[in-house]
Design a protein around this ligand. Sequence first.
Ligand SMILES: [Zn+2]
Length: 249
Amino acid sequence: MSGGRPAPLRLAHVEQRPEVVVVVAPDEPPAGCEALVVEPALAGVARIGTPGRAGSRIVVCASLPGIGGRYLVQVARSAAAGGWAAEELAALVVELERRCTYLLLASTVAPLLGSRPRRAGVHGPRRAVAWDGGGWSGAHTRDLAASARTVSGRGYLCAAAASGSAPPRTVAASLADLTASGVSVGRITHGVAAALGASWAVELLGAPPLSAAQLQRLREQFGAAPRCDWCGLPVVGRHCRRCSPGRHS
Ligand SMILES: [Zn+2]
Protein backbone atom coordinates (compact mmCIF):
# COMPACT_ATOMS: atom_id res chain seq x y z
CA MET A 1 0.00 0.00 0.00
CA SER A 2 1.46 3.37 -0.96
CA GLY A 3 0.50 6.46 0.97
CA GLY A 4 -3.31 6.64 0.78
CA ARG A 5 -5.79 5.43 3.31
CA PRO A 6 -5.79 1.79 4.44
CA ALA A 7 -8.37 -0.37 2.77
CA PRO A 8 -11.60 -0.24 4.76
CA LEU A 9 -12.53 -3.25 6.87
CA ARG A 10 -15.33 -5.12 5.23
CA LEU A 11 -16.73 -6.89 8.25
CA ALA A 12 -19.92 -4.89 8.03
CA HIS A 13 -20.89 -6.33 4.70
CA VAL A 14 -20.25 -10.04 5.01
CA GLU A 15 -21.37 -11.52 1.75
CA GLN A 16 -24.60 -13.45 1.91
CA ARG A 17 -23.64 -16.75 0.34
CA PRO A 18 -26.33 -18.64 -1.57
CA GLU A 19 -27.29 -21.89 0.11
CA VAL A 20 -25.15 -24.90 -0.84
CA VAL A 21 -27.21 -27.56 -2.61
CA VAL A 22 -26.86 -31.10 -1.25
CA VAL A 23 -27.66 -33.80 -3.79
CA VAL A 24 -27.31 -37.55 -3.88
CA ALA A 25 -25.51 -38.93 -6.95
CA PRO A 26 -26.40 -39.54 -9.72
CA ASP A 27 -28.63 -36.44 -9.48
CA GLU A 28 -26.80 -33.50 -10.98
CA PRO A 29 -26.73 -30.33 -8.91
CA PRO A 30 -28.16 -27.28 -10.69
CA ALA A 31 -25.48 -25.53 -12.74
CA GLY A 32 -23.65 -22.57 -11.26
CA CYS A 33 -24.28 -23.18 -7.56
CA GLU A 34 -22.00 -24.56 -4.88
CA ALA A 35 -22.94 -28.18 -4.31
CA LEU A 36 -22.13 -31.13 -2.10
CA VAL A 37 -22.67 -34.41 -3.91
CA VAL A 38 -23.05 -37.41 -1.64
CA GLU A 39 -22.16 -40.58 -3.47
CA PRO A 40 -24.29 -43.31 -1.93
CA ALA A 41 -22.77 -46.56 -0.71
CA LEU A 42 -23.83 -49.31 -3.14
CA ALA A 43 -23.94 -46.76 -5.98
CA GLY A 44 -22.58 -49.44 -8.27
CA VAL A 45 -21.28 -48.08 -11.55
CA ALA A 46 -23.28 -44.84 -11.37
CA ARG A 47 -20.37 -42.90 -9.88
CA ILE A 48 -20.49 -39.22 -10.58
CA GLY A 49 -16.90 -38.39 -9.85
CA THR A 50 -13.91 -38.91 -7.61
CA PRO A 51 -14.08 -37.58 -4.05
CA GLY A 52 -12.83 -34.07 -3.53
CA ARG A 53 -13.49 -30.69 -5.05
CA ALA A 54 -14.01 -30.13 -8.76
CA GLY A 55 -15.07 -26.60 -9.65
CA SER A 56 -18.12 -25.61 -7.64
CA ARG A 57 -18.90 -29.11 -6.40
CA ILE A 58 -17.47 -31.33 -3.72
CA VAL A 59 -18.04 -35.08 -3.91
CA VAL A 60 -17.98 -37.26 -0.79
CA CYS A 61 -18.64 -40.99 -0.67
CA ALA A 62 -20.96 -42.31 2.01
CA SER A 63 -20.02 -45.64 3.52
CA LEU A 64 -23.40 -46.18 5.16
CA PRO A 65 -26.17 -47.36 2.84
CA GLY A 66 -29.92 -47.12 3.37
CA ILE A 67 -31.23 -45.15 6.33
CA GLY A 68 -27.63 -44.40 7.36
CA GLY A 69 -26.88 -42.55 4.14
CA ARG A 70 -30.26 -40.85 4.21
CA TYR A 71 -29.65 -39.58 7.73
CA LEU A 72 -26.29 -38.06 6.73
CA VAL A 73 -27.86 -36.28 3.77
CA GLN A 74 -30.69 -34.99 5.92
CA VAL A 75 -28.29 -33.51 8.49
CA ALA A 76 -26.16 -32.00 5.70
CA ARG A 77 -29.23 -30.38 4.14
CA SER A 78 -30.30 -28.80 7.40
CA ALA A 79 -26.76 -27.50 7.99
CA ALA A 80 -26.72 -26.14 4.41
CA ALA A 81 -29.95 -24.31 5.19
CA GLY A 82 -28.10 -22.81 8.17
CA GLY A 83 -25.49 -21.31 5.86
CA TRP A 84 -22.70 -23.87 6.01
CA ALA A 85 -20.07 -23.78 3.24
CA ALA A 86 -19.63 -26.82 0.97
CA GLU A 87 -16.30 -27.87 2.51
CA GLU A 88 -17.74 -27.62 6.02
CA LEU A 89 -20.65 -29.81 4.91
CA ALA A 90 -18.23 -32.36 3.44
CA ALA A 91 -16.38 -32.52 6.76
CA LEU A 92 -19.69 -32.84 8.62
CA VAL A 93 -20.78 -35.85 6.55
CA VAL A 94 -17.45 -37.62 6.99
CA GLU A 95 -17.10 -36.90 10.71
CA LEU A 96 -20.73 -37.65 11.57
CA GLU A 97 -20.58 -40.95 9.72
CA ARG A 98 -17.55 -41.97 11.78
CA ARG A 99 -19.59 -41.44 14.93
CA CYS A 100 -22.60 -43.43 13.81
CA THR A 101 -23.14 -47.11 14.43
CA TYR A 102 -24.95 -49.20 11.89
CA LEU A 103 -25.89 -52.85 11.81
CA LEU A 104 -27.02 -54.46 8.58
CA LEU A 105 -28.65 -57.86 8.41
CA ALA A 106 -29.59 -59.19 4.98
CA SER A 107 -29.85 -62.36 2.94
CA THR A 108 -26.48 -61.20 1.57
CA VAL A 109 -24.26 -58.27 2.52
CA ALA A 110 -21.48 -59.09 0.05
CA PRO A 111 -22.04 -56.13 -2.33
CA LEU A 112 -21.44 -53.70 0.51
CA LEU A 113 -18.07 -55.19 1.34
CA GLY A 114 -16.84 -55.13 -2.24
CA SER A 115 -14.59 -52.10 -2.23
CA ARG A 116 -15.15 -50.62 1.20
CA PRO A 117 -12.67 -50.37 4.05
CA ARG A 118 -13.07 -53.44 6.20
CA ARG A 119 -11.42 -55.24 9.03
CA ALA A 120 -9.37 -58.37 8.59
CA GLY A 121 -11.51 -61.46 8.88
CA VAL A 122 -14.64 -60.06 7.23
CA HIS A 123 -15.05 -62.29 4.21
CA GLY A 124 -17.03 -65.18 2.85
CA PRO A 125 -20.80 -65.35 2.61
CA ARG A 126 -22.33 -63.47 5.48
CA ARG A 127 -25.65 -62.08 6.50
CA ALA A 128 -24.62 -59.42 9.00
CA VAL A 129 -22.05 -56.64 9.19
CA ALA A 130 -21.56 -53.79 11.62
CA TRP A 131 -20.09 -50.34 10.99
CA ASP A 132 -18.11 -48.88 13.84
CA GLY A 133 -16.80 -45.68 12.35
CA GLY A 134 -13.68 -46.89 10.64
CA GLY A 135 -14.85 -49.89 8.69
CA TRP A 136 -17.01 -52.96 8.65
CA SER A 137 -16.75 -55.94 10.96
CA GLY A 138 -18.52 -59.25 10.88
CA ALA A 139 -21.69 -59.48 12.96
CA HIS A 140 -24.46 -61.97 13.54
CA THR A 141 -28.17 -61.76 12.83
CA ARG A 142 -28.84 -62.26 16.55
CA ASP A 143 -26.95 -59.01 17.36
CA LEU A 144 -29.96 -56.81 16.59
CA ALA A 145 -31.43 -56.56 20.10
CA ALA A 146 -28.06 -56.11 21.85
CA SER A 147 -27.01 -53.50 19.33
CA ALA A 148 -30.21 -51.51 19.87
CA ARG A 149 -29.66 -51.63 23.65
CA THR A 150 -26.09 -50.34 23.25
CA VAL A 151 -27.22 -47.51 20.98
CA SER A 152 -30.05 -46.44 23.30
CA GLY A 153 -27.81 -46.80 26.35
CA ARG A 154 -25.41 -44.25 24.85
CA GLY A 155 -28.27 -41.79 24.42
CA TYR A 156 -28.00 -42.08 20.64
CA LEU A 157 -30.85 -41.67 18.23
CA CYS A 158 -31.89 -45.21 17.31
CA ALA A 159 -33.88 -46.18 14.23
CA ALA A 160 -34.46 -49.42 12.39
CA ALA A 161 -35.92 -50.28 9.02
CA ALA A 162 -36.87 -53.43 7.16
CA SER A 163 -36.93 -53.72 3.38
CA GLY A 164 -37.57 -56.43 0.81
CA SER A 165 -39.53 -59.52 1.77
CA ALA A 166 -40.10 -60.69 5.35
CA PRO A 167 -36.88 -61.50 7.24
CA PRO A 168 -36.29 -64.90 8.89
CA ARG A 169 -38.47 -65.58 11.92
CA THR A 170 -35.82 -64.91 14.56
CA VAL A 171 -34.97 -61.53 13.00
CA ALA A 172 -38.66 -60.63 12.69
CA ALA A 173 -39.11 -61.48 16.37
CA SER A 174 -36.20 -59.17 17.33
CA LEU A 175 -37.74 -56.39 15.23
CA ALA A 176 -41.06 -56.83 17.03
CA ASP A 177 -39.19 -56.55 20.35
CA LEU A 178 -37.54 -53.33 19.17
CA THR A 179 -40.90 -51.83 18.26
CA ALA A 180 -42.26 -52.86 21.66
CA SER A 181 -39.31 -51.17 23.38
CA GLY A 182 -40.07 -47.89 21.60
CA VAL A 183 -37.51 -47.94 18.77
CA SER A 184 -38.95 -46.55 15.55
CA VAL A 185 -39.00 -49.36 12.98
CA GLY A 186 -39.77 -48.30 9.41
CA ARG A 187 -40.86 -50.41 6.50
CA ILE A 188 -39.27 -49.46 3.18
CA THR A 189 -40.47 -51.02 -0.08
CA HIS A 190 -37.16 -51.19 -1.96
CA GLY A 191 -34.53 -49.62 0.23
CA VAL A 192 -31.27 -51.29 1.07
CA ALA A 193 -32.56 -54.78 0.15
CA ALA A 194 -32.99 -53.70 -3.47
CA ALA A 195 -29.64 -51.86 -3.47
CA LEU A 196 -27.93 -55.03 -2.21
CA GLY A 197 -29.83 -57.35 -4.49
CA ALA A 198 -30.90 -59.13 -1.29
CA SER A 199 -34.31 -60.72 -0.76
CA TRP A 200 -34.62 -59.15 2.69
CA ALA A 201 -32.69 -56.61 4.78
CA VAL A 202 -32.93 -55.08 8.24
CA GLU A 203 -30.91 -52.02 9.30
CA LEU A 204 -30.29 -50.45 12.66
CA LEU A 205 -28.78 -46.95 12.82
CA GLY A 206 -27.37 -45.30 15.90
CA ALA A 207 -26.53 -41.61 15.57
CA PRO A 208 -25.13 -39.22 18.16
CA PRO A 209 -27.55 -36.51 19.25
CA LEU A 210 -26.76 -33.20 17.55
CA SER A 211 -27.96 -30.04 19.21
CA ALA A 212 -27.80 -26.65 17.51
CA ALA A 213 -24.94 -25.75 19.87
CA GLN A 214 -22.98 -28.88 18.94
CA LEU A 215 -23.47 -28.19 15.25
CA GLN A 216 -22.18 -24.67 15.76
CA ARG A 217 -19.08 -25.96 17.60
CA LEU A 218 -18.42 -28.48 14.81
CA ARG A 219 -18.71 -25.76 12.21
CA GLU A 220 -16.18 -23.62 14.02
CA GLN A 221 -13.85 -26.61 14.33
CA PHE A 222 -14.10 -27.40 10.61
CA GLY A 223 -13.65 -23.75 9.73
CA ALA A 224 -10.39 -23.58 11.74
CA ALA A 225 -9.05 -27.01 10.68
CA PRO A 226 -6.04 -27.19 8.34
CA ARG A 227 -6.82 -28.05 4.71
CA CYS A 228 -5.76 -31.33 3.14
CA ASP A 229 -2.93 -30.69 0.67
CA TRP A 230 -4.45 -33.32 -1.62
CA CYS A 231 -8.19 -32.58 -1.80
CA GLY A 232 -8.29 -29.15 -0.16
CA LEU A 233 -10.96 -30.03 2.43
CA PRO A 234 -10.72 -29.58 6.22
CA VAL A 235 -8.67 -32.24 7.99
CA VAL A 236 -9.98 -33.28 11.40
CA GLY A 237 -7.55 -35.63 13.13
CA ARG A 238 -4.25 -36.74 11.64
CA HIS A 239 -5.29 -37.86 8.16
CA CYS A 240 -7.72 -36.61 5.62
CA ARG A 241 -10.50 -39.18 5.80
CA ARG A 242 -11.61 -38.60 2.26
CA CYS A 243 -8.17 -39.25 0.78
CA SER A 244 -7.18 -41.99 3.24
CA PRO A 245 -10.43 -43.74 4.16
CA GLY A 246 -10.33 -46.46 6.76
CA ARG A 247 -7.31 -45.09 8.57
CA HIS A 248 -7.80 -44.53 12.24
CA SER A 249 -6.70 -41.35 13.84
ZN1 LIG B 1 -7.98 -35.00 1.36
